[in-house]
Ligand binder design. Structure first.
Ligand SMILES: [Zn+2]
Length: 251
């Protein structure tokens, strides 16, 4: 595959990623992300265009605000870089097919959720309502086999999550349930279950590590959204292989 194409998707992803940061930060608190100037979250000094170059500004300014010298959260450059890498990986794995659009939309949704769930512990309804019809449209263009796997995935995941929320009383929220409903359309029934399984395992592992290293306290709530992000991306790109590998282990 063309190196130029892959690198342009990488750059495109980094730029999109910086917009996704803004959406993730402003949508949950109902600020406009189209209008309104960017400002430092600490000193609210308005930021100039050269403070806002994705990744580059962060590196040049040594992770600090130019005006108040407070640290800039590493989450923003991480989201920019991840979006760039994932966009590049998508075009390499899928090629210039219509399914590429589904992949880019899925990555965009998940990156926004990463920012908003880590910052506010919110998965905004408006965000899910925006992406839901887009994914339905993409699955009408590129149906799964069988086509109704999308519907089964969305319903199955929401019922499963609803049961878990009822039984566990906490840990997972209504936002996570609705998110899985949207993801189910893209992944279909089997893969949505795999994504859920992976999210839970990864969540448990990281949770144990965070507790053991005392990064978080025993009673502290941790958002589940980031694990769903990781589990979903792994499943979307490697689901087939992961499922085969898992079944081979069983046999
Ligand atoms: Zn500042």
């Amino acid at each position: 595959m063309n190196t130029l194409l892959i690198s342009s998707f990488f750059l495109f992803g980094i730029i999109v990623g910086s917009f996704l940061n803004v959406v993730g930060l402003r949508l949950p608190i109902k600020q406009s992300f189209v209008h309104g100037r960017s400002e430092c979250p600490h000193c609210t000094h308005p930021l100039k265009w050269y403070d806002l170059i994705p990744l580059i500004s962060y590196i040049i300014q040594r992770q600090k605000c130019r005006y108040c010298h407070k640290n800039i959260a590493p989450l923003y450059p991480i989201v920019e870089l991840s979006t760039g890498l994932l966009f590049a990986f998508s075009v390499r794995a899928i090629g210039l097919e219509t399914e590429l659009m589904t992949a880019l939309l899925l990555i965009a949704l998940l990156m926004i959720i990463l920012v908003s769930d880590l910052t506010y512990m919110i998965i905004p309804n408006r965000l899910l309502l925006f992406f839901f019809p887009l994914f339905i449209l993409m699955r009408l263009i590129n149906p799964l086999t069988p086509w109704w796997s999308s519907i089964a995935g969305a319903l199955g995941a929401m019922i499963l999550l609803a049961l878990i929320i009822l039984i566990s009383k906490g840990g997972m929220g209504a936002g996570d349930m609705k998110l899985f409903g949207v993801i189910g359309i893209v992944l279909g029934f089997k893969q949505t279950l795999l994504a859920f399984f992976l999210s839970t395992i990864i969540g448990a592992l990281i949770g144990i590590i965070l507790l053991m290293t005392e990064v978080i306290g025993r009673k502290q709530q941790i958002p589940f959204g980031p694990y769903i992000v990781i589990g979903t991306l792994l499943t979307y790109f490697f689901g087939e292989n992961l499922a085969n590998w898992y079944f081979e282990l069983l046999i």
